[in-house]
Structures are given as structure tokens and as C-alpha cells.
Design a protein around this ligand. Structure first.
Ligand SMILES: [Zn+2]
Length: 200
């Protein structure tokens, strides 16, 4: 190809429809990058989660997790009942009623509990909710591996070996680097003893 031809081809490229396509692809790529960045900076994940528990005292381990700093319990379902279990293995069931049938327990159930220290900019410790699935196993291999709730506010994945600190908003406390746990929006109303998980 001569220099002259090359210049003509370059000019053709600049005004060709293909260039518009390339620009669109580049813009899409930048958009995807910014979305990923946005998710990293956002403390709540974009996965779906729905659960309403009226009168949390029905399940004493859930009531303790909602009221006591540094206490956590797991939340699962067997189809007929919600099962709440603490780190010591005590399990309290609640029968699922007809007005709870729209529930959705995220990827693999929840961990619910109250932080030991308030988050930045807040006065009181709040109730938090994480997915019971290891976030790194799900992100890296697309598999849901259940975490094991441990005492003192930790949860461990026996598949990848990471331990997460629930009181540190689900950040990794031991094991390979990675992301923090998937966190959901949760609302606890102590006067009415109502717990509501609603995400995103
Ligand atoms: Zn894992």
C-alpha cells in the first residue's frame, strides 16, 4: 500500500459507519467500567432480597441478633418455615404465613445482626444483613457456597478459606484479598418488633 492510498483509507475510516460503531463500543465499555466502580463504592449490592418478620420475638435468636450488639443469626427457609440459627447452633423456626409468600432470601439465605460500633456518620449501631453465600466464590466462580457463622461476629467460607468480619461490614479479616460480603438494606423497628429486608 502506498502512503497516498493509506491516507485515503484513513480518511475513509474516519468517515465510515464503522467508526461510529467503534465509538459506541468504546462508550459502552466505559459505561460498564463505571458501573463496576459504582458497585465497589456502594455498600449495598444490587441483588434482590425480600423478607418481612412481624414480632421477631417469635424466634429468640433473631430477637437477640436485632437487639444485642455483635450478635448474629443465619436465616434460611425449608419451604414451610423460616429457620433462624445462631453461631452456637441454636435454631428457632417460624412458620411461613400466607402474607409472607413473596419472600426472597437473596442467593443463599441471610446473616442478620447488630454491629458492635456505629458506622461512620451514625450515632447508633445498626442492624445489618448480608447474604449467607460467600461473595468471592459467587463472583469468581458463579457458585453459591454457604458461609459458616462463627462466634464473635465472624463468618467463614470453607471453600475458599476466607473469613469475613461481620462487625466490619463484611470485610475480609483472613484469607486471600477480594470483595466484602453482599450487603442488603434492612430496617428494624424496635417498638413494633418488625424486621424488613428490602433490596435493592
Ligand atoms: Zn468462598
Amino acid at each position: 500500500m502506498t502512503t497516498h492510498n493509506f491516507r485515503i483509507n484513513s480518511l475513509r475510516f474516519l468517515f465510515s459507519p464503522f467508526k461510529g460503531e467503534l465509538v459506541r463500543v468504546c462508550l459502552l465499555f466505559l459505561l460498564l467500567l463505571s458501573c463496576k466502580e459504582g458497585e465497589v463504592n456502594n455498600k449495598y449490592c444490587s441483588l434482590s432480597a425480600r423478607l418481612v418478620i412481624e414480632n421477631v420475638t417469635q424466634a429468640p435468636v433473631l430477637f437477640t441478633a436485632c437487639e444485642s450488639m455483635g450478635e448474629y443469626c443465619t436465616v434460611k427457609s425449608d419451604g414451610q418455615r423460616f429457620l433462624f440459627a445462631n453461631a452456637q447452633g441454636k435454631t428457632d423456626p417460624i412458620n411461613i404465613t400466607s402474607n409472607q409468600t413473596g419472600y426472597y432470601l437473596g442467593l443463599n439465605g441471610f446473616i442478620v445482626g447488630r454491629l458492635t460500633i456505629p458506622e461512620i456518620g451514625e450515632d447508633d449501631t445498626r442492624v445489618v444483613c448480608f447474604d449467607l453465600a460467600c461473595s468471592n466464590c459467587y463472583q469468581n466462580y458463579n457458585i453459591t457456597k454457604p458461609l459458616v457463622l462463627q462466634t464473635a461476629g465472624y463468618a467463614k467460607c470453607n471453600s475458599c478459606g476466607r473469613t469475613y468480619n461481620l462487625n466490619d461490614c463484611g470485610n475480609i479479616s483472613n484469607g486471600p484479598a477480594g470483595r466484602s460480603l453482599y450487603r442488603y438494606r434492612v430496617y428494624y423497628y424496635p417498638q413494633s418488633l418488625l424486621l424488613q429486608i428490602r433490596n435493592p
